[in-house]
Ligand binder design. Sequence first.
Ligand SMILES: [Zn+2]
Length: 213
Amino acid sequence: MNAESAISVETHTNCDHERVENITRAGRHMAFRNIDGLPIPAEVALPTCTACGTWFLNRESALTLEAAMTPVYVRELAGKAKTALAELAEQDIKQRDIEPLLGLSAGYLSKVRNDRTEPSGLLTAALMLLAVHPQMRTGELKGLWPAGAQSSLRDDRLKAIGKTLQIRNAVASTQGVRLPAELFIPEAQTAKNDSSANPSVPTHASPKQERVA
Ligand SMILES: [Zn+2]
């Protein structure tokens, strides 16, 4: 068997592997990415020696196997993440307290818990580690992220600040304050033009120029 054309999953036998056929069957397992012992869907056909059971994966069967195992892996990750979150909740660790420590947006872990998003292998691993000693490891993480743990500049607050700036720009534009063009908000301009005392005048000029005139 040519190592370049096929990956043989060798078991050390004296078998000559004379008959390799595409076999489907239940009860097969494999390590996939970082999880061992995942069940291979029964319907997946793998080139297999009928005498000793060794697989000989060519490119096509390797791709088929990868496509079949990915959803199995994703389901397993989700299950492990949810188990870890349940263990953290039992120890009174709040999801909203973990989210900033892991760089997640508010509510993200609720989505994981409710199957509305798929956790990555990294996130799942972090949650599993936290769940082993919830209080101690959450405390350690806070110590390692002193700025992140104490910061008040979370995503939702930044968005609120951004909105305040937009409102200020809109007010500034109606008051004729000179601001860079990109800071003007189209809605504010439209509202001003609608209330113009002289709507018949072509309004190619910017609002601030009208005000000066
Ligand atoms: Zn064989």
